[in-house]
Design a protein around this ligand. Structure first.
Ligand code: SF4
Length: 429
């Protein structure tokens, strides 16, 4: 289903409009957005379209344009392949009751992995889907490995119906030239220590097809009734992990010409260790998984030139999660703009509780309650846009920035995770 058509593009010129359902391209029936990309890659396209129940044929020539100019609607929850796993650390199992239904969708869909970088387990992937990945060369994919030991992986995935063995599947993808970004959600006492060592060293021979292995710490909320007992990394474990990964990176670099294994930003912050320099992230291919986001943001912040507003006192309150707030405060102190007063407020996450300390999971009610107790908030409150659901503009608890603004009596501005956006918001536009 077409969501938007940009003007002055091949799709716009062909007469495609929002709401059209594209049924086939050049006689090939479309199953989903991937087929649209795959069959839509040719220069001349004959589109069979359903518009308000009537069939139409539209002809489209790509010409020199790289993009067709079409945005498709995101898949509806019922169209997404979901997992039958019960991973011991699944974040969805740890959500409080009563949230929006779409937040409880346990997607494990190779199409979303290819299109949006979602991590999948491959545990329920049937043979036709596997063949489709190979045929359409859906690369790269993002795969939750967690452990290469089949018995341990079976436990971590919550005893899936099918085999939990991952290496044969990755080998098959590698043979077909499909690139994979692997992920390990690290659960102390379960898949760390020698298990992590085995996982990393059994994945490494598949490099460069397995391009990276991300090691990210488990996130635990306080809503874990009747779920397996788990704990987070201790500070000492975080420090040891930073050292271990640094050692592996040195060895892999010599052998594979890549550091191959990368550690989540949170672990460096918890360990109080310096973040690696930008070049150590080798182009930031898995930044969306929290690997190098902080380094990229802070380097960009220092490099970006935005002039302060001259002769104007600017007072704003900047909201962040408790994990990153101290670093953000130091970053803003270094700005030294005359007339700028921008305290950073670390908002604790009472909604999820537990170890959840990242800005992206802050809710409107926590921000509202915490700021209401502070008094003067200045001209505006800057909140992290990553805490708002894509395209919907609502926090996870369904409050909007406008709701929070009404309650606090001050403008609330969502600021994207981009240094220029933050600097502009600090300046006031
Ligand atoms: S694969 Fe595991 S972590 Fe992912 S949604 Fe399913 S149960 Fe949750």
């Amino acid at each position: 289903m077409v969501a938007t058509v940009r003007p002055r593009t091949p799709a716009g010129a062909a007469g495609l409009v929002a709401g059209d359902r594209i049924l086939a391209i050049n006689g090939r029936a479309l199953r989903d957005a991937i087929d649209f990309q795959f069959y839509g890659a040719e220069d001349r396209l004959v589109l069979s379209v359903d518009r308000d129940g009537a069939r139409r044929t539209l002809r489209l020539t790509r010409g020199a344009a790289r993009e067709l100019g079409v945005e498709l609607q995101p898949p509806r929850p019922g169209d997404i392949a979901t997992c039958a796993n019960k991973c011991v650390f699944c974040f969805i199992h740890q959500l409080p009751r009563g949230m929006r239904r779409s937040l409880y969708v346990k997607d494990d869909d190779f199409r979303l992995s290819f299109l949006h970088g979602n991590y999948i387990t491959l545990s329920d992937l049937d043979e036709p889907s596997f063949e489709r990945i190979l045929e359409q060369r859906l690369s790269p994919l993002y795969v939750s490995v967690h452990a290469t030991d089949p018995a341990l992986r079976w436990t971590l995935l919550g005893r899936p119906r099918h085999s939990a063995e991952i290496l044969p599947r990755l080998e098959r993808l590698a043979k077909a030239g499909i690139r994979v970004h692997a992920q390990v959600v690290l659960c102390p006492g379960l898949n760390d220590g020698p298990h992590l060592e085995r996982t990393v060293h059994e994945l490494a021979p598949l490099h460069p097809h397995v391009a990276t292995t991300a090691v990210v710490p488990v996130g635990l909320t306080r809503h874990r009734e009747r779920l397996p007992a788990l704990r987070t990394l201790t500070d000492a474990e975080a420090i040891a992990l930073v050292d271990t990964v640094a050692g592996w990176q040195t060895r892999f670099r010599a052998r594979l010409d890549s550091r191959f294994v990368f550690l989540g930003d949170e672990v460096y912050l918890q360990a109080g260790r310096p973040l690696p320099p930008a070049e150590a992230y080798e182009g930031f291919p898995i930044a969306e998984d929290g690997i190098g986001l902080v380094r990229r943001f802070e380097d960009g912040f220092v490099r970006t030139r935005v002039r302060p507003s001259v002769g104007r006192l600017r007072r704003v309150t900047v909201v962040s999660g408790t994990l990153y707030a101290p670093r953000l405060a130091r970053l803003l102190e270094g700005l030294a703009w005359p007339g700028l007063h921008a305290p950073v407020v670390a908002v604790p996450n009472d909604f999820f509780g537990g170890s959840v300390a990242v800005a992206g999971l802050l809710t409107g009610q926590d921000i509202q309650r915490h700021l209401a107790a502070r008094g003067d908030l200045g001209e505006a409150v800057l909140v992290p846009a990553v805490a708002l659901r894509d395209g919907e503009g609502v926090f996870l608890d369904d409050l909007t920035p406008a709701d929070v603004a009404r309650a606090l009596g001050v403008a609330v501005v969502a600021v994207g995770p981009d240094p220029r956006a933050l600097l502009r918001a600090l300046r006031g536009g």
